[in-house]
Design a protein around this ligand. Structure first.
Ligand SMILES: *Cc1c(COP(=O)(O)O)cnc(C)c1O
Length: 458
C-alpha cells in the first residue's frame, strides 16, 4: 500500500473556524447566490477554494515581518528579495508587483499589441485577460491529452511543439511576441511540464526569435514532479531543478501567493535590460516604486524567506503527496477526478459526476455549491463559468474540462481534514441524482466567476 509522508512541521498557532449545521449552510450558500466565492470565510470549516495567498507562514517568516523596512525607497527587504530571486530563479533583473496579475499586466503591456498572438499551455484567467486586454489573441498549444480528464500521463502540461510550429507557420513568428509557458498548468489540474519539453520549446522559440516567458507560479511543485518522474533528475535537488527550469526562458511572472509561501506578493523577472527599463517605467504607474511594487517591506522579507523554504525536499514532498492522498481516496471510491492528481489540489470531473446536468446549467458550479452544503468544504468552479465569453461572438467559451477544484493550502490542513472532504464527496456522489442545475441571476461582464450570482433552474 502507498504511504504518505507525515506533516514535516509542528503547529505553533491555530485558527478556530465556525462549524455550521447543514441548515445554516443551506442558508449561507443561498445568500451567496450559489457562488462559493461569495461565502464568508468564517463559515467554511475546510476552505479549499484556493491555494493562493492561503499559505501558513513559518516562524522564521513571521519573525521576518518584524524586520520590515518600510522606507518608501531602497528598502533592505527589497534587496533581500531581489537577491533571493536572482539566486533561486537565475534571472538578471527583477521587478516587484503586488501579486501575479500585476506582473502579467506589465508583461502584456510591454509585449502585446493588436495583431499579436500569444500561445500558451492552456489559459489562465487573469493571464489571458491581460494578453487580450492589450490586443493579443491567445492560442492554446497544450498537448491534446491535457483536455481529457482520464488520460494519465506524467507530464500532461507539456506544450505540443507541432501545434506551436503550426501557429508560427500560420501567423508568422513576427506576430508572436512570446510563448507563455505555465509551470504547472493550473486549469489542467496542476499538471507539470517536463524539463525536456521546456528545453525543446525554448530551442524552437530561439530558432524563430520568439521569447519564452514562464508563468512560474507553481515552479517548485513542477520541480518535484520532475524529480520523481523524469529520467536523470532523481538525484538532483529541488533547488537545482528549479534553477535549470528557468534557464530555458527569457523571463517569468510569479505569484508569490502560491509557491512563494506568502499571503501576498509577486514579481516579473527577465534577462533583457531594455525590457527591464521599460518594466520599471510601468511599475511606478501601476504598482509602486521598483523597490516595493505594491508590497510592504515586511511582505518582501517573508517572501524572500518563503522562496528559500519552498525548495526544501520534505516540505514539497508532503505538499504534493497530501494532494495525492485526497485524490487517491476519491479514485478508490470510484469518484471521477482529473488524472493524474496534480500538484496543488484535486479536480472533480463534474461532467461525469453530474451527467444529467448539461454544461449550460453549470454542473461544476452546482457541484461546488452542494459540496459546501454537505460538508462545509469550500471549493471552486473551474469550467464554463470561469471560461467566460468570447469577446467577438459573445458566446460562452465551453471548455472540455468542467471541474470543481479542491485546492489545498500549503502547510494548513492535516490528513484528517482531507478525510472529511473525501467522505463528503463520496456521499454526494452516491446521492448525485438529486442535484439540479443552476442559471445566472447576475452575470458580470469580466472575470464573471468572482461575483456572479445563480439560482436553481426550475
Ligand atoms: C494565481 C495565478 C496567477 C495570478 O496570480 P495572482 O497572484 O492571483 O494575481 C497567474 N497564473 C496562475 C497559473 C495562477 O495560478
Amino acid at each position: 500500500m502507498k504511504t504518505y509522508p507525515a506533516e514535516p512541521f509542528r503547529i505553533k498557532m491555530v485558527e478556530m473556524p465556525n462549524i455550521l449545521t447543514k441548515e445554516e449552510r443551506v442558508e449561507a450558500i443561498k445568500a451567496a447566490g450559489y457562488n462559493t466565492f461569495q461565502l464568508k470565510s468564517e463559515d467554511c470549516y475546510i476552505d479549499l477554494l484556493t491555494d493562493s495567498g492561503t499559505n501558513a507562514m513559518s516562524d522564521r517568516q513571521w519573525a521576518g515581518l518584524m524586520l520590515g523596512d518600510e522606507a518608501y525607497a531602497g528598502s533592505r527587504n527589497w534587496a533581500h528579495l531581489e537577491a533571493t530571486v536572482k539566486e533561486y530563479y537565475g534571472y538578471k533583473y527583477v521587478v516587484p508587483t503586488h501579486q501575479g496579475r500585476g506582473a502579467e499586466n506589465i508583461l502584456s503591456q510591454i509585449m502585446c499589441k493588436p495583431g499579436s498572438y500569444v500561445p500558451g499551455n492552456m489559459y489562465f484567467t487573469t493571464t489571458r485577460f491581460h494578453q487580450e486586454n492589450n490586443g493579443a489573441t491567445f492560442r492554446d498549444v497544450i498537448i491534446d491529452e491535457a483536455h481529457d480528464p482520464e488520460i494519465d500521463l506524467p507530464f500532461k502540461g507539456n506544450i505540443d511543439l507541432k501545434k506551436l510550429q503550426a501557429l508560427i507557420d500560420e501567423v508568422g513568428a513576427e506576430n508572436i511576441p512570446y510563448v507563455c509557458l505555465a509551470i504547472t498548468v493550473n486549469l489542467a489540474g496542476g499538471q507539470p511540464v517536463s524539463m525536456a519539453n521546456m528545453r525543446s520549446t525554448y530551442a524552437l522559440c530561439q530558432k524563430h526569435g520568439i521569447k519564452v516567458f514562464y508563468d512560474c507560479t507553481r515552479c517548485v511543485e513542477n520541480a518535484y514532479f520532475i524529480k520523481i518522474r523524469e529520467e536523470g533528475y532523481a538525484n538532483k535537488t529541488i533547488k537545482e531543478i528549479v534553477l535549470e527550469s528557468f534557464s530555458y526562458s527569457d523571463g517569468a511572472t510569479m505569484s508569490g501567493k502560491k509557491d512563494g509561501l506568502v499571503n501576498i506578493g509577486g514579481f516579473l523577472a527577465m534577462n533583457d535590460e531594455g525590457m527591464y527599463i521599460r518594466a520599471r517605467e510601468l511599475v511606478v504607474v501601476y504598482e509602486g516604486m521598483p523597490s516595493y511594487g505594491g508590497m510592504t517591506g515586511r511582505d518582501m522579507e517573508a517572501f524572500a524567506i518563503g522562496i528559500q523554504e519552498s525548495v526544501r525536499f520534505e516540505y514539497i514532498q508532503h505538499r504534493v503527496e497530501q494532494c495525492a492522498y485526497l485524490g487517491d481516496k476519491l479514485i478508490a471510491a470510484g469518484v471521477p477526478v482529473v488524472r493524474p492528481i496534480g500538484g496543488h489540489g484535486v479536480f472533480l470531473d463534474a461532467r461525469k459526476f453530474l451527467p444529467h446536468i448539461p454544461q449550460e446549467k453549470f454542473p461544476a458550479q452546482t457541484l461546488a455549491a452542494h459540496l459546501y452544503i454537505e460538508s462545509g468544504v469550500r471549493s471552486m468552479e473551474r469550467g464554463i463559468v470561469s471560461g467566460g465569453r468570447c469577446k467577438i461572438t459573445g458566446k460562452n467559451h465551453a471548455p472540455k474540462l468542467e471541474t470543481v477544484r479542491l485546492t489545498i493550502p500549503r502547510r494548513v490542513y492535516t490528513y484528517a481534514h482531507m478525510d472529511i472532504a473525501a467522505e463528503a464527496i463520496i456521499d454526494l456522489y452516491k446521492n448525485r441524482d438529486k442535484i439540479r442545475g443552476l442559471k445566472f441571476v447576475y452575470e458580470p461582464p469580466m472575470l464573471r466567476f468572482f461575483n456572479a450570482r445563480f439560482d436553481y433552474c426550475d
